[in-house]
Design a binder for this molecule. Structure first.
Ligand code: IFM
Length: 453
């Protein structure tokens, strides 16, 4: 289905949003930094996973990626030239600690210090994610997130980073998309470390959420004026048909996909509906865990990409529900449905049902098969996706969702996990042969929008 330009809410402008609205882009360490063995960085689970034949579709790794570790000044210049006022990045834990009992690595700390100073010098508010999936391999070798001791290692890492950067970084995100850490990493095995066990995934999920809950007071103690939150990947869930069975399947799917995170973070414990479905596969929860996880935060980050459509599927364990892909939907080249209305539904629902404090869209973006032609990348579809989703944010604000900022995914094309370099999400094209950066038409549009042109 082709979107006509006339269907677009072209009238959208920056002045439709509050003057202090946060306009950013999101990035993550393993996806852009490269320099895998430089300045004392040790392997992460993604180095190991990507080096395993068959795990990443094009056989690639993040060893070089966008070489951002060496080209960060150029990349921050790009972000600044787009007219952004914020920049979301993550720290590579394997650059900071090279062993369980090691002292922090001064070169790793210095890199992030330079990066943050570079943001501030360019008028970019730093938004730091502590964990975006690149767990040090030596921690995985001791059980990774399935081992409760990893929570303590994470707290030590969070302590060091917030002491080191807290004088300049005020916005902290404990984890990016714990669903992916837990479920892709340990249930379907699509991500590192590649396990395939539901009980393992649920225990990992619990330990990750516990590490979040325990880290929040520690971050606040180190950075008194900190704003702390977590970024969840959430999906509105729609029924494949109007049948009562498909609608019941929606509730079951939503219980694990969304409420498993939202309910526990906001003090309701794990949803009874999901607990009944997973039965003995539920995680071990120790006394005090749920209270720790439900620590009040300053904001919630919502990463929105697409709705999930589900149907009743009695044979599917544990949810008796199955995701389907209706053929009549507009989709990106990655096959993800383009549904800005879903973002309105999702943001309004989260704001209505949970005491989240401020909401930020911490990721939103689209992957298309871009081509560099005559020095230009005419990614009209991504530009239109961006316009329509910004209009959706505006509509969700009008509908009562207290959304205070929007971060596009992503500044640069990058290593898209199990898809390697086959998927491009950037507002800027990367020519991986030369590492040349070319701002795409979508990036030019975002820039014009931000400048009020
Ligand atoms: O590239 C990822 C990112 O690391 C986490 N959120 C979704 C993006 C697109 O798949």
């Amino acid at each position: 289905m082709t979107m006509m330009l006339t269907d677009l809410p072209m009238a959208i402008q920056r002045s439709d949003f509050a003057g202090d609205f946060v306009w950013g882009v999101s990035t993550s360490s393993y996806q852009i930094e490269g320099a895998a063995a430089v300045d004392g960085r040790v392997p992460s689970i993604w180095d190991t996973f990507a080096a395993t034949p068959g795990k990443v579709r094009d056989g690639s790794t993040g060893a070089v990626a966008c070489d951002h570790y060496h080209r960060w000044e150029e990349d921050l210049d790009l972000a600044q030239s787009m007219g952004l006022n914020a920049y979301r990045f993550s720290i590579a834990w394997p650059r900071i600690f090279n062993g369980v009992d090691a002292e922090p690595n001064a070169k790793g700390l210095a890199f992030y210090s330079r990066l943050v100073d570079g943001m501030l010098a360019r008028g970019l508010q730093p938004w730091c994610t502590l964990y975006h999936w690149d767990l040090p391999q030596y921690i995985q070798d001791q059980g990774g997130w399935n081992n409760r001791a990893t929570v303590d290692l994470y707290l030590r890492y969070a302590d060091v980073m917030t002491r080191h950067l807290g004088d300049r970084v005020k916005h902290w995100i404990t984890h990016n998309e714990p669903w992916c850490t837990a479920m892709h990493g340990n249930w379907d095995g699509m991500h590192a470390p590649g396990n395939k066990s539901l009980p393992l995934a649920l225990q990992v999920c619990h330990n990750v959420l516990l590490s979040h809950g325990r880290a929040v007071p520690l971050i606040r103690a180190n950075v008194p004026d900190a704003k702390v939150g977590i970024a969840l990947s959430l999906h509105p869930v729609m029924p494949a048909s109007d049948s009562a069975t498909d609608r019941a399947a929606v509730s079951r799917h939503d219980a694990l996909r969304n409420r498993w995170f939202l309910d526990v973070l906001y003090g309701r414990g794990y949803p009874a509906e999901a607990l009944a479905l997973v039965g003995a596969d539920a995680p071990v929860v120790e006394p005090g865990d749920l209270e720790a996880i439900a620590v009040p935060c300053d904001f919630l980050g919502v990463n929105y990409y697409f709705p999930e459509v589900v149907r009743d599927a009695p044979d599917e364990y544990p949810l008796r529900a199955q995701i389907v892909f209706p053929p009549d939907r507009q989709r990106t080249d990655f096959g993800w449905e383009v549904a800005p209305d879903g973002m309105v539904t999702l943001l309004e629902r989260v704001a209505r049902d949970y005491p989240t404090g401020d909401l930020y869209v911490t990721e939103n973006g689209s992957s298309y098969d871009d081509h560099l032609e005559d020095g230009l990348v005419r990614d009209t579809a991504r530009r239109d996706y961006l316009i329509r989703h910004l209009a959706a944010v505006r509509d969700a604000i009008a509908g009562g969702g207290g959304i205070k900022g929007y971060f596009a995914w992503s500044l640069l094309d990058n290593f898209e996990w199990a898809e390697g370099y086959l998927r491009r999400f950037g507002l800027t094209y990367i020519d991986y042969e030369t590492q040349r950066r070319i701002v795409k038409q979508s990036g030019e549009w975002y820039s014009a929008f931000l400048r009020g042109a």
